[in-house]
Design a protein around this ligand. Structure first.
Ligand code: NAP
Length: 471
């Protein structure tokens, strides 16, 4: 039986790895999700098959099947509605909530193992104890940290960084005390009275770690917390002697880390800056922009400009997700392509609120993948392009990132929309985007502001462009 379980684990681990690989491209991402789900199902089945063996071997002395069944039923009952009810724009919050739950599970398993070994007067090997305290520390801090991140993104907590004097020193001191207690618990595990203090400090550290971080950095922080949750699960694998947990946790931990590095690079932010920089603070001063003249246009005018163009680059952003305008954009794409207009989509790596946000939305509307161009590949085409049609994007098109050293987004690579012959921007107002700063693009002579909800405005444009069949 033990061998069968190990084979199941190997297949499961291979499916996790393939899942990550396939999720790299929109074309294979559905297969990736299916492979990951199948891998997890096999992992659970393998663990349950192996469980009686562990009980017989005395490694586990409980077999509360009803608890396991209840957890599966409750998890499924909560998970399925969440998948349907949560809008795409709330995915970062939802992800933070999943990390909080996963990390709490790992931390509780660590806590149970610690108390159980003490109750049974078992002497755990030092390596296992180290893994156990690491699992608990990372698990509890990720739990409260993820809840804080979720609260900030959902705007139930203040989005601005909360800072105070010597904040980093206080945080480091707190972490050092928690780490010191962890060392003591490894050396003298019978000091059980220290464990609740250790847990309390870990929970508090998670809160204090997140409060100085501004809303704009929160999606990156979620990727970092993902990494912590993975490392906690990996440590749990070592503590429980479960190879699959080690592999899955390591994959989760490393992919979260890689993702946060990619996001930091795309926003030209350093890791330490995200964690200790209190980014959102700078936003306040830039939010008060002075009044400057700009030009606006009606849907009829926009339609005639598009009709006369021979090349159009569509630049989608967060507003597209808010308006759920992807299907209307698809209609506009079809309409213009039938008129012989070359339409491409420019994808900025941090457009929207999570990596791949725009790819997912456009894939939902079946826009061909070969029409989606990454930032580095499309930027050279803007100077030759007749119209750049910006739909609900703001920060990722802001030329201040190239030239204004005082701007909080200075150095962030942007889409060179301002180099197109004509720029049209669909948004509801002159309000700033996520970084809270004004966008010089809107005041250029070549720019026309198209005020309105993205879906409604594109619908109006389409009314002015009668469909050409088979042209
Ligand atoms: P953005 O800068 O937040 O701008 C979105 C714009 O959409 C807003 O200016 C808003 O203007 C407009 N909008 C909102 N609802 C709309 C609607 N219904 N119809 C039309 N327009 C609407 O978005 P972005 O250009 O996509 O940039 C993403 C930002 O998120 C960047 O600052 C990036 O650094 C940050 N970020 C992203 C990630 C990621 O992984 N994607 C991670 C971390 C941070 P109005 O209110 O005037 O309509």
């Amino acid at each position: 039986m033990a061998t069968l379980v190990q084979y199941i684990y190997i297949v499961s681990a291979a499916l996790f790895i393939l899942s990550l690989k396939w999720m790299n491209s929109p074309a294979s991402s559905r297969r990736g999700v299916a492979a990951g789900s199948l891998g997890m199902l096999l992992a659970v089945v393998g663990t349950l098959i192996g469980f009686p063996g562990l009980v017989e071997a005395g490694i586990h002395n409980v077999h509360n099947w009803e608890w396991i069944a209840s957890a599966i039923v409750i998890g499924t009952a909560i998970g399925i509605p969440i998948a349907y009810i949560m809008p795409m724009t709330a995915v970062p919050q939802r992800t933070a909530l999943s990390h909080a739950c996963g990390a709490l599970a790992a931390a509780l398993v660590g806590t149970a193992e610690f108390y159980q070994s003490n109750a049974l007067h078992e002497t755990l090997p030092a390596f296992k104890l180290v893994a156990l305290v690491l699992e608990t520390l990372l698990g509890f801090l990720t739990f409260t940290g993820s809840l804080m991140a979720m609260g900030k993104l959902q705007e139930v907590l203040p989005q601005r960084p909360i800072t105070y004097r010597n904040q980093n020193a206080v945080n480091f001191a707190l972490f050092a005390i928690a780490a010191g207690l962890a060392v003591r618990l490894v050396l003298v595990p019978t000091d059980t009275y220290l464990f609740p203090i250790f847990v309390g400090l870990s929970l508090l550290f998670g809160v204090l770690l997140i409060i100085p971080i501004g809303g704009a950095d929160m999606p990156t922080v979620i990727a970092i917390l993902n990494s912590y949750a993975g490392l906690s699960a990996c440590a749990m694998g070592f503590a429980l002697g479960n190879n699959l947990l080690v592999v899955a946790g390591a994959l989760d931990g490393s992919s979260g880390l890689i993702l946060s590095i990619i996001m930091c690079k795309a926003m030209n932010r350093s890791f330490t800056n995200v964690l200790f920089g209190a980014f959102g603070q700078i936003q306040t001063s830039h939010a008060q922009a002075q009044q400057r003249p700009y030009r606006s246009a009606s849907p009829e005018e926009a339609a005639s400009i598009l009709e006369a163009a021979s090349s159009v680059i569509v630049v989608p952003g967060y507003g597209l997700a808010v308006a759920q305008a992807q299907h209307k954009i698809r209609e506009l794409y079809d309409n213009l392509m039938r008129r012989g207009v070359d339409v491409k989509f420019a994808i900025h790596p941090v457009a929207g609120r999570m990596p791949g946000h725009m790819n997912v939305l456009l894939a939902e509307a079946d826009i061909p993948y070969d029409r989606l161009w990454e930032m580095d590949d499309i930027n050279g085409e803007f100077p030759q392009c007749d119209v750049a049609l910006v739909i609900g994007a703001n920060d990722v098109t802001n030329p201040a990132a190239r030239s204004d050293k005082s701007s909080p987004i200075y150095g962030m690579p942007i889409l060179d929309v301002d180099k197109a012959h004509t720029v049209m921007v669909i948004k509801r107002s002159m309000n700033p985007g996520f970084a809270g700063i004004d966008n010089d693009l809107y005041y250029m002579d070549k720019t026309l502001m198209l005020f309105g909800d993205a879906k409604a405005f594109v619908t109006e444009i389409l009314k002015e462009l009668p469909v050409r069949v088979g042209a």
